[in-house]
Design a protein around this ligand. Structure first.
Ligand code: MN
Length: 328
């Protein structure tokens, strides 16, 4: 008999004792909240559990209930019965966690990225889910594990952040049904939204101010992009995590179909984030040309090279996609 995957994962949870919940570098709200919820659920089952993110808990999401569960990996490797990777498309994205796992019996991979490399022993990859938080919610429901107010708050933020507050095309009727259940289970929408979307550090706005000054457009203003330079970070006092969501200011311009944000890191790599507002332009295909991936409406890549050269190559690929997109 083939058990549903949520029950297979439930059996793995029930049948083992030591667990690691792992999430991707440069964490977003979805991965951090899912990591916390899986950690709380395993604790409630009486398991020994570690929750590691290579970058630790970000300042932005430290309001999440039980945020202190999320730790940076220790310097010494440790052995676990089960490692659960959540919201993490490739093992690369686990960063420093990879060499801090001495051994594991089972690797469980739970994610909603189309590009997920299916690197687990058990892979639950569901690209129709708006957020990994939807999958974690289903895992809890199918196994009749309780959704406490703290868990509801975390899952609400997981879904609210990955859907841009329920605005992006990944928002489905099911997304809103789950959100409704989370509100019934104790998620306080107004308070959580204020903490998540209405409490930006001033330094982040200063960074935005500098970046918008250099914003550029092409293809009749259908493509908009900006750079976040190290000099801008220095001047504004912003942290790397403050860049999350800045792309929405380009995306939100009426003529823009594809928005891009470029950022040079310290290792000669340019990080590119892409957003599409057209269901005829899939930015994961553009990112894929440069070794990246993601979703149709939101994707990214890390590209080695000089800033000007990378910008020109990416812009050419975007222009190609915009020009050849079917009209409708
Ligand atoms: Mn996600």
């Amino acid at each position: 008999m083939n058990l549903p995957i949520t029950n297979q994962i439930g059996d793995i949870f029930r049948g083992h004792q030591t667990f690691l919940v792992a999430g991707h570098v440069r964490p977003d709200g979805d991965v951090l909240a899912c990591q916390i919820v899986l950690g709380l659920t395993l604790q409630a089952l009486g398991k020994t559990v570690e929750v590691w993110n290579p970058d630790g808990m970000s300042r932005k999401y430290s309001f999440l209930p039980h945020a202190d569960l999320v730790r940076r990996p220790p310097s010494q490797a440790r052995a676990f019965d089960v490692v659960i990777a959540v919201d993490t498309a490739t093992q690369d994205r686990l960063g420093s966690i990879r060499d801090r796992i001495a051994s594991q019996k089972v690797l469980v991979n739970v994610d909603h990225h189309t590009s997920n490399g299916r690197f687990g022993d058990i892979n639950w990859i569901e690209p129709t889910a708006a957020a990994s938080g939807e999958l974690v919610h289903q895992l809890l429901c199918d196994n009749r594990w309780p959704i406490t107010p703290a868990i509801a708050a975390n899952l609400f933020i997981a879904i609210a952040t990955d859907t841009g507050s329920f605005q992006y095309s990944n928002t489905t009727p099911q997304t809103l049904r789950i959100a409704a259940e989370l509100i019934e289970a104790g998620a306080n929408v107004a308070e959580l939204s204020r903490q998540c979307f209405g409490s930006y550090p001033l330094a982040r706005v200063r960074l935005l101010q500098l970046a918008l000054a250099g914003m550029k457009f092409s293809a009749d203003n259908r493509i908009g992009w900006l750079w976040l330079t190290r000099e801008m970070y220095r001047q504004s006092g912003a942290l790397a995590e403050d860049s999350e969501g800045l792309i929405d200011h380009v995306r939100a311009i009426d003529t823009v179909l594809v928005a891009a944000v470029f950022e040079q890191d310290d290792t000669g790599i340019v990080r590119v984030s892409l957003r599409s507002k057209s269901d005829r332009i899939s930015v994961d295909k553009i990112a894929g040309q440069f070794g990246g991936g993601g979703h149709a409406a939101a994707a990214g890549a890390r590209i080695p090279g000089e800033p000007a050269g990378v910008e020109a190559a990416v812009l050419k690929a975007i222009e190609q996609a915009v020009q050849t997109a079917p009209q409708g």
